[in-house]
Design a protein around this ligand. Structure first.
Ligand code: HEM
Length: 356
């Protein structure tokens, strides 16, 4: 019994030793939530292991936030006032964002219509920053120099970040040890889907009617010597590419794709020396650009796993862009255009194309 009390005392002392000043806790939470949103959004574009640090930092900062929230919540015991409802909502969304992130990492999932635990995590993450900002506007006290100064503060802060990193590391180990459904996720958090059938997903609202192959043509143009058009039968090529499709909704699959290499299409058109980017445009207006050299190695696929592409997977023609996330693999491609610069509107179009 005495020993238990002693342990509780030691934990209590450690908790107090690492507790930053209240204003530092508050402003750090705002900073880390902004960082989480930024790194979370950035992570959606990372498909190559070279960018895995984004996920590591996102995880470590998220778990550090757990400590800060702990300090914050043990401090706030106040009476109800006009802003308390918002504070409670902000706390609930913060816990939901943290909980759903950790739940997903440990292999947990729930499905509500099209949504899974990762989509819910992203939704809570998107909601959280505006809530924290409004909450801060109602409650925040301006930071003072004294809150941020001193060796003790630096050590406390370093201690919290190291704590976040250790929990992240431990989480990796426990995941492997227990062999959870999250143990074999990619560094992007995506989980494997085996076999020939894999989910049909689209970013936001792209959902065109099936394309009539007799009316459809692929246009190759832009900064080229000789623009031209191709019919579906001209594109049923023999170029093959085994590539990993990693969807931002949290799954990945390795498939054999067949079609024509973009480099061959460009060589036939004669790309202008001013060309630096290639833009792939869908019948829906959805589009994405790749740097010219990368685009040359990409494939425009008419088949996957030996079968013709289904409409949902982008028939008659879909971009296969290894190392890119799924939403960049444009479906229902109708134009390949060489350009001197990246298309600045492509992000906007991913959000609005498909809405009538
Ligand atoms: C648009 C916003 C966001 C996106 C796209 C996003 C994306 C992700 C992804 C893909 C993972 C899984 C990483 C993996 O499997 O290792 C993850 C985990 C996580 N996220 Fe987010 N996130 C977002 C916002 C947030 C916010 C605002 C918070 C904090 C409030 C947060 C906290 C976490 C935590 C704690 C984990 C678990 C880390 C771990 O245990 O390794 N995320 N997030």
């Amino acid at each position: 019994m005495d020993r238990d009390r002693g342990r509780g005392g030691a934990i209590g002392r450690a908790v107090r030793r690492f507790e930053p000043r209240p204003r530092l806790v508050d402003w750090s939470i705002l900073l880390l939530v902004a960082f989480e949103l930024g790194s979370g959004l950035l992570s959606l574009t990372v498909g190559r292991p070279g960018g895995s640090a984004v996920f590591l930092l996102h995880g470590v900062a998220g778990l550090t936030l757990v400590f800060l929230l702990f300090y914050k919540l043990r401090r706030v015991r106040r009476l109800w006032d006009r802003a308390t409802g918002l504070s409670v909502l902000t706390t609930a969304v913060a816990l939901a964002a943290l909980g759903s992130g950790v739940f997903w990492v440990f292999g947990g999932d729930v499905r509500i219509l099209y949504w899974n635990a990762l989509s819910a995590h992203v939704l809570f993450g998107l909601l959280l920053l505006p809530l924290v900002l409004v909450h801060a506007a109602t409650r925040a006290r301006p930071p003072r120099r004294v809150d941020f100064r001193g060796r003790r503060t630096a050590l406390q802060y370093a201690g919290l970040l190291v704590g976040g990193a250790l929990v992240w590391r431990a989480q990796q180990g426990v995941n492997r040890l227990l062999d959870t459904a999250g143990a074999d996720r990619r560094f992007t958090g995506s989980k494997p889907v085996e076999g020939a059938s894999f989910p049909v997903t689209s970013w936001v609202a792209d959902d065109p009617d099936p394309i009539d192959p007799d009316k459809w043509r692929l246009r190759v143009g832009g900064l080229v010597d000789e623009p031209y058009e191709l019919a579906p039968e001209d594109l049923d090529g023999a170029d093959e590419l085994r590539a990993l499709l990693d969807c931002t909704s949290g799954w990945y699959t390795v498939q054999d794709w067949r079609g024509v290499l973009v480099g061959d299409l460009l060589d036939r058109a004669g790309a202008d020396p001013a060309g630096a980017w290639v833009r792939f445009v869908s019948v829906t207006g959805y589009r994405w650009s790749l740097p010219l050299d990368e685009a040359r190695d990409a494939l425009l696929a008419t088949r996957v796993g030996g079968e013709p592409l289904s409409h949902g997977h982008g028939a008659p023609l879909r971009l296969v862009a290894p190392g890119r996330r799924g939403f960049q693999w444009v479906k229902w491609v109708e134009a390949v255009e060489v350009r001197d610069r990246r298309d600045p509107a492509q992000w906007f179009v991913t959000l609005v194309s498909g809405f009538d």
